[in-house]
Design a protein around this ligand. Structure first.
Ligand SMILES: [Zn+2]
Length: 62
């Protein structure tokens, strides 16, 4: 299952982290929010949280 939108690096990383480690299920924030029942705002905060904690799926922004 893939989202029709082109997803960005953060959406890709969070898809791997939260949905499917193998990368078969890649969703944008909006679709991920629907899928998980969380808000888009929450998902974006989660990305920043994971990045700050050195998660390798989310390289530091340049
Ligand atoms: Zn989507």
């Amino acid at each position: 299952m893939h989202c029709k939108r082109i997803i960005d690096a953060d959406e890709y990383g969070l898809s791997l982290k939260c949905l499917d480690r193998a990368g078969n299920k890649l969703l944008c924030f909006e679709c991920m929010a629907k899928e998980t029942g969380a808000s888009v705002h929450y998902l974006k905060e989660k990305v920043e949280f994971l990045r700050e904690h050195g998660c390798t799926l989310f390289p530091p922004k340049k």
